[in-house]
Design a binder for this molecule. Structure first.
Ligand code: GLA
Length: 349
C-alpha cells in the first residue's frame, strides 16, 4: 500500500458537464479512504484485518459508471433531507411545500436528484493532510425545497483510523435539513458474507416505529423486550427474522445535548475489526441492506445480496418536519448548521 500520508487527486470522468475526481486519503498507518466529489461519496475504505489481510469495508465501485447507474446511495452524502418526508409535504410558518416524491408516495433522501447525485466542488487545503473539503450550492426550489442552501462537508482521515465527517450549512430561507453519509459497511471485507454474524451495540433505549411506508408513527418507543434492543452487543442476525423486511429504523440515541458521543459499536470476529460511530446528531438509522437483491454487481462482478452490508446513518429523525414532538430540523436564515460524525475503525486481535 502507498504510505505517503496525505491526499492525492486523480481524474475520474465527467458528468453534468463537470469534472469528477477520485481523492485518496492516506494516513500514517497506510489506511486509505477514497472519496469522489460525485455525490461526496466514500468509494472505499481499505484496511488490514487481524491477519494482515487488506480489504475494503464499504460497498463501492472502482469507476464512476457504477455510481451513474444509481446504486442506493452507496457511500454518498445524503440531503437536503436524509430519509423520508411523508407524501413529500410539510409546512413552515403556514406555508405549504411540496417535494419530489421518489419513494412511493413519500420523499426519500433529497428526491430525484439529491446531494448524492450532484457533482460537488472539492478543495484540498494541504496535500499532506488527509482531509478533503467539499461544497455544494442547492438552489431555491431544488427538488421542492425552499431557500438557497450552501453546504460543506469536510472529510478527514486521522492517524487513529477515524473518518471524521463535518457538515456545515447556511440558508437564505427557512428549510428542513438533515444531512448524513450513507456508507454501507461489511467489516469482514467480503460482500459474499452477510452482516448477520456481525455484532452491534446501539446506545439507544428508544426507537421510532414506522408505518408500512416506513414513515414514523410519531411514537418514541422503548426497545426493551423487543428485537430492536441493541443496548447490549448482539448479533444482527439473532432476531432479524422477527422484524418484517429487516432493520430499517431510526434509533433515538441516549443523549441530552449535541456533544460528540458514541452512538454504536459494530464488531466482526472473523476479521477482528471494530467500527465505532460517534455523532453530535440525535438519531441513527440502522438499515440492514434489505433492498439489496443481487441485481447490483460489485466492480468485480459479484451480485450484492440482501444483508451484504449495513448502514448506520447518523441523522435527525425521519419526517421531523411533520412531527412537532421530534427535535426540529428547520434551519433558519442567519443560523449556521454544524454537525460531526466520526467512524472509527480498529482491530481487536
Ligand atoms: C435508508 C432508508 C431505507 C432505504 C435506504 C436506501 O436507509 O431508510 O429504507 O431507502 O436508505 O436504499
Amino acid at each position: 500500500m502507498e504510505t505517503k500520508t496525505g491526499i492525492a487527486k486523480a481524474a475520474w470522468g465527467n458528468t453534468d458537464g463537470k469534472e469528477v475526481f477520485l481523492y485518496t486519503l492516506t494516513n500514517a498507518k497506510g489506511v486509505q479512504v477514497k472519496i469522489t466529489n460525485y455525490g461526496g461519496t466514500v468509494t472505499s475504505w481499505v484496511s488490514s484485518d487481524k491477519n494482515n489481510k487488506v480489504s475494503n469495508v464499504v460497498l463501492g465501485f472502482d469507476s464512476l459508471s457504477g455510481y451513474l447507474a444509481k446504486p442506493p446511495y452507496f457511500g454518498a452524502i445524503v440531503g437536503r433531507y436524509g430519509n423520508r418526508i411523508a407524501k413529500g409535504k410539510f409546512k413552515i410558518d403556514g406555508a405549504q411545500y411540496t417535494l419530489a416524491t421518489n419513494n412511493g408516495v413519500n420523499h426519500l433522501h433529497g428526491g430525484n436528484k439529491g446531494f448524492d447525485k450532484q457533482v460537488w466542488d472539492a478543495t484540498i487545503a494541504n496535500d499532506s493532510i488527509a482531509s478533503l473539503q467539499l461544497s455544494y450550492v442547492s438552489k431555491d426550489g431544488e427538488e421542492g425545497y425552499p431557500g438557497n442552501l450552501k453546504v460543506s462537508v469536510r472529510y478527514t482521515l486521522t492517524d487513529d483510523n477515524e473518518l471524521k465527517i463535518e457538515y456545515t450549512a447556511e440558508t437564505d430561507k427557512a428549510t428542513p435539513l438533515n444531512l448524513t453519509n450513507h456508507s454501507y459497511f461489511n467489516l469482514s471485507g467480503d460482500v459474499a458474507n452477510t452482516i448477520l454474524d456481525e455484532s452491534l451495540l446501539i446506545d439507544a433505549d428508544n426507537f421510532t416505529p414506522v408505518d408500512s411506508s416506513l414513515i414514523p408513527t410519531g411514537e418514541i418507543k422503548t426497545v426493551k423486550g423487543s428485537p430492536f434492543d441493541f443496548t447490549k452487543a448482539t448479533k444482527i442476525g439473532a432476531r432479524i427474522d422477527s422484524v418484517k423486511g429487516g432493520y430499517d429504523h431510526n434509533y433515538v440515541l441516549n443523549k441530552k445535548d449535541t456533544s460528540l458521543t458514541k452512538a454504536a459499536t459494530l464488531t466482526d470476529d472473523r476479521s477482528g475489526r471494530t467500527l465505532e460511530v460517534f455523532t453530535t446528531q440525535p438519531g441513527m438509522q440502522f438499515y440492514t441492506g434489505n433492498f439489496l437483491d443481487g441485481t447490483i454487481k460489485t466492480s468485480q462482478g459479484a451480485g450484492i445480496q440482501k444483508h451484504a452490508a449495513l448502514c448506520m446513518e447518523t441523522q435527525h429523525f425521519p419526517d421531523s418536519p411533520n412531527e412537532p414532538k421530534f427535535p426540529t430540523t428547520i434551519l433558519l436564515p442567519g443560523q449556521k448548521y454544524h454537525s460531526i460524525t466520526v467512524y472509527k475503525l480498529s482491530i481487536t486481535k
